[in-house]
Design a binder for this molecule. Structure first.
Ligand code: ZN
Length: 342
């Protein structure tokens, strides 16, 4: 699986380089569609902006879901001091974005650089620097432009509703750790591209009809709520696996989620995923996620009559500067391949 693991990691890095906070995913989706088409698969854009891919196969349908949308922010106010107050897109937290470089995308097609900073950010000046609780009201985007008031900011074409994208700082270490913002869930989109390449090469034989839906509104809860192809009886979210206190997964493993905030996953699907992990020799963990909701739960809430599961490579420091590992990617691919061949 080395070839497909390498593909997964390199495609993840390519996708991470395309800014795509939730609600601003058209460039990322066009890239995703083209990548699956290059591998010879039929891929189409959904009306909502996601990408539905047909992997082929016969029989009852299995839908794999991963999301290309990420956290980010939106300009909520052009302030009198020439700074921007922003509102989070998805579960972005000010604590995690503070001091990060950002790009502001205007509707007139210009991109401006800036940084999310605490208001009055100099420690030599602000006596409350250490005690102010960080929120999107106590932080602001400081534009790297010569602007001192609202009208000069508007003169650049920046307006309320513009999109603010955070630097990913994507980096793969010699030791195989993958560090970046938004591995949730671009790492899984990369993994599905690796899996697609294995299917295209004939290295993974489908025992049923398989589709992939790369969704674009997961971070706000309705990514997977529609576009379930006819004949699909099972759906699996391929999304980041939780790593933290009280859980057994690490970044080097594939996580199988038994239950999250939306309740238990299908007992049968979880059981079969465990069996597939054992058969494939993948290093895996079964965990209960304390604060988590997935696309496949949106699919169920959208009314689909399906059995559901959730797996993904372990990701630490989720929704912050996240970390996973190449072995976590390899183990997720091993599990997926074995599952599709069962
Ligand atoms: Zn996610």
């Amino acid at each position: 699986m080395k070839k497909y693991t390498d593909t997964a990691v390199s495609k993840t890095l390519e996708l991470l380089a395309i800014d795509s906070p939730t609600g601003f995913c058209s460039r990322a989706a066009a890239w995703v569609k083209a990548e699956f088409e290059k591998l010879g698969f039929d891929a189409r854009m959904t009306t909502k902006g996601g990408v539905l891919v047909d992997f082929g196969g016969e029989g009852d349908g299995l839908l794999l879901e991963a999301h290309a949308d990420t956290l980010g922010a939106m300009v909520a106010e052009v302030k009198g001091n020439g700074r921007l107050r922003v509102s989070p897109l998805g579960g972005m937290r000010a604590e995690n974005g503070e001091t990060e470089n950002v790009r502001v995308y205007t509707r007139c097609g210009k991109i401006y650089e800036g940084t999310l900073q605490l208001c009055n950010a100099s420690v030599h000046v602000n006596s409350d620097y250490g005690t102010v609780s960080r929120s999107f009201d106590t932080t602001e985007v400081l534009l790297d432009e010569d602007v001192k008031d609202a009208s000069s900011v508007r003169g650049l074409g920046i307006e309320v509703g513009d999109i603010v994208c955070f630097d990913t700082r994507a980096h793969v270490t010699e030791s195989g750790y993958i560090k970046s913002r938004f591995l949730d869930d671009k790492l899984s989109v990369g993994i599905l591209l690796g899996l697609a390449e294995a299917i295209a090469d004939g290295e993974c034989t489908l025992k049923r009809r398989v589709y992939a839906h790369i969704t674009v509104y997961e971070e706000v809860g309705h990514g997977g709520s529609a576009s379930v192809p006819a004949g699909v009886t099972e759906a699996i979210s391929v999304d980041m696996g939780c790593v933290g206190d009280g859980l057994s997964c690490t970044e080097r493993m594939v996580s199988i989620c038994a239950k999250d905030s939306g309740g238990p996953y299908s007992y049968d699907v979880v059981g079969t995923l465990i069996e597939a992990a054992k058969v494939s020799g993948a290093e895996y963990a079964v965990d209960v996620y304390p604060h988590y909701g997935s696309d496949v739960e949106a699919t169920l809430r959208g009314g689909a009559d399906i059995r559901h599961g959730l797996i993904g490579a372990g990701v630490y420091a989720s929704h912050g500067y996240e970390r996973s590992h190449v072995e976590g990617v390899a183990n997720t691919l091993k599990l997926l391949k074995a599952y599709l061949e069962m």
